[in-house]
Ligand binder design. Structure first.
Ligand SMILES: Nc1ncnc2c1ncn2[C@@H]1O[C@H](COP(=O)(O)OP(=O)(O)OP(=O)(O)O)[C@@H](O)[C@H]1O
Length: 266
């Protein structure tokens, strides 16, 4: 018998109750501790569904997920999710939004002062100290997403699950946040699974890119190892043949071999 990987998704199939076919079929992935893994595939192929199973928000129809050998079947602070739309509580300040997550998870054994210190430390990690007393309505979209990331990081999760975290941001803000997430990943060493539609983002950030085939019955079509050394600079990589080759491989998968269903049907 082979040893378990740090995070192991085994023969996972998901079928929603009223659907005649599974969304995902027989998905198997082995992810090492500290790896940054992106999942890419056409709209509707089941990326969020996969992430929700790892988060423990959705049960597997067949197969399952193991984290450090333990079966995942409920949500837990060891797996924190960041969604595309930050979902901050508008009546709480930035500090209070993060503090709430701390109080519900890692802060249970801390004093009030320790919880606040932990919260402020996490806000510093995402460079949001300057806006700690503002409410979500008073800060930009990019800043809200930073707070959403801080709220997840405040739990110091083993696995950070990012569901298109930069999808709603303009290109410049997006680039800044990608750089921040790369730095945080290097600093904290957490394992990351990120869903994205952006091929360059996937190559820039990831150790591994998991490409899903079109749904229903989506499966892992290919896994690309991105061997680019870290730390990575977007400027330097722009002309790096290894970066360009990785980008080309993902684009070929998505647009030649597994074109969007609407395109092939046309
Ligand atoms: N709770 C649910 N009940 C029934 N069907 C669902 C449910 N959630 C998702 N689906 C269906 O499962 C399929 C995969 O959805 P999912 O959101 O995982 O795709 P995705 O790859 O993340 O899409 P996108 O890139 O557009 O966000 C879709 O056909 C969707 O309609």
């Amino acid at each position: 018998m082979t040893a378990h990987a740090y995070l192991e998704i085994s023969n996972l199939s998901i079928q929603f109750p009223k659907s005649p076919v599974p969304v995902l079929r027989d998905v198997t992935l082995r992810i090492d501790k500290g790896q940054y893994v992106s999942v890419i595939g056409h709209s509707g192929c089941g990326k969020s569904t996969l992430l929700n199973v790892v988060a423990g928000l959705l049960p597997a129809t067949a197969g399952g997920v193991l984290l450090e050998g333990q079966e995942v079947n409920t949500p837990g602070p060891d797996r924190a999710v960041v969604f595309q739309n930050h979902s901050l509580l508008p009546w709480l300040t930035v500090t209070e939004n993060v503090l709430m997550a701390v109080e519900l998870t890692v802060g249970r054994k801390m004093s009030k002062a320790e919880r606040l210190a932990w919260t402020l430390e996490t806000l510093a990690l995402v460079k949001m100290t300057h806006a700690k007393d503002k409410r979500p309505g008073e800060i930009s979209g990019g800043m809200k997403q930073r707070v959403g990331i801080a709220r997840a990081l405040a739990m110091r999760p083993k696995v950070l699950l990012l569901d298109e975290p930069f999808g709603a941001l303009d290109a410049l803000t997006r680039a800044h946040l990608q750089d921040e997430v790369m730095r945080i990943h290097a600093d904290l060493g957490c394992t990351v699974i990120m869903i994205t539609h952006d091929v360059e983002e996937a190559v820039l950030l990831s150790d591994q890119i998991v490409m899903l085939t079109n749904g229903p019955n989506a499966r892992v079509g290919e896994v690309l190892e991105v061997g680019l050394p870290r730390p990575r600079s977007r400027i330097a990589l722009g002309a790096d043949p290894r970066f360009l080759a990785a980008r080309e491989a993902v684009l070929t998968f998505l647009h030649d071999r597994h074109a969007a269903p609407t395109l092939t049907a046309a």
